[in-house]
Design a protein around this ligand. Structure first.
Ligand SMILES: NC(=O)c1ccc[n+]([C@@H]2O[C@H](COP(=O)([O-])OP(=O)(O)OC[C@H]3O[C@@H](n4cnc5c(N)ncnc54)[C@H](OP(=O)(O)O)[C@@H]3O)[C@@H](O)[C@H]2O)c1
Length: 269
């Protein structure tokens, strides 16, 4: 299937590693010009060069800490200045601490919303004027199934995700008139470095060994495994394309049909 993404300008936040890197790579393979950000410029540059070498399409690395409004604005403006437009924004840079209510501090809660929710708000706000001017735009928010499949050991990510899902749907109601559409993608567990950190937190909070905690997620997924980055990236590329522009104000789970309650060690004891 030709996704007709050739020549589109796509902005990807958190593009240096994990799911963001996978998304930037697939969009670049499909012919997009990419601008991507992360805080660590050295890693971002290495990833940008790696993707450029593979696809032959331009990838612009821009250092930004999306917990700062000025950095988010600068990221979008610098990309628009370099490529002349902003067609696609993939909000992906996010992290929120796992853990139960006893272990989460006030700062953990504030930090969870500061990047995972407010980072998305900031980049969306900065990108909208460019998209309105073009009368075309696509915003794909990489969120997470914790927002709809709740669990008491992932309450901070769950709250940030639910906020992002609400944002996605609210924006769709307002900006359809400018031909800008919005969709949220909700992965379950995906094999990245960050997932490894979450398994460690689960082991700590559920008083399990790492090996025991690592088996919980596959057990909760009928397909018996967690997702690979490329599976999520391929879905995002399709959703970012014109072919899926009408998929608007909604969200799509990519979690193998995960049944989170099966991870509930306390209930299953
Ligand atoms: N992995 C999973 O199992 C999973 C499941 C569901 C949802 N998700 C969601 O998918 C997204 C990507 O997750 P991932 O596992 O791929 O994460 P990751 O491997 O930890 O990568 C995060 C990316 O975001 C960047 N980043 C972190 N803090 C930033 C900040 N303040 N400003 C700008 N960039 C920042 C990181 O680079 P720097 O550190 O250099 O800034 C990196 O490029 C997240 O929103 C996550 O919540 C992941």
């Amino acid at each position: 299937m030709d996704l007709k993404l050739g020549g589109k300008v796509a902005l990807v936040t958190g593009g240096s590693k994990g799911i963001g890197k996978g998304i930037a790579r697939v969009l670049s393979r499909e012919g997009c010009k990419i601008a991507m950000c992360a805080r660590t410029m050295s890693e971002l540059k290495t990833t940008a060069q790696e993707i450029e070498r593979e696809t032959g399409n331009p990838v612009m690395p821009i250092a930004a800490d999306l917990t700062r409004a000025a950095d988010a604005q600068n990221f979008v403006d610098a990309a628009a200045k370099n490529f002349g437009r902003v067609d696609i924004l993939v909000n992906n840079a996010g992290a929120a601490p796992g853990g139960v209510i006893e272990t989460l501090s006030e700062d953990d809660w504030a930090n969870a919303l500061q990047l995972k929710f407010m980072g998305y708000v900031r980049c969306t706000k900065a990108a909208l004027p460019y998209m309105q001017k073009q009368r075309w735009g696509r915003i794909v928010n990489l969120i997470g199934n914790d927002g709809v499949k709740h669990s008491y050991w992932e309450i901070a990510p769950g709250a940030a995700n639910a906020a992002g899902q609400n944002l996605t749907m609210s924006m769709a109601g307002r900006y359809g008139a400018d031909n800008i559409s919005f969709v949220a993608v909700n992965p379950g567990p995906v094999r990245t470095e960050r997932w490894d950190g979450l398994v460690k937190a689960m082991a700590r909070d559920m008083k399990l060994s790492y090996e025991e905690a690592d088996k919980l997620a596959p057990k909760s997924i009928p397909l018996g495994r967690i997702a690979e980055v490329e599976e999520v990236a391929n879905l995002v590329a399709y959703l970012a394309s014109d072919l899926a522009h009408f998929v608007n104000g909604t969200m799509i789970e990519i979690d193998g049909g995960q049944q989170k309650q099966l991870m509930d060690v306390a209930r299953n004891r």
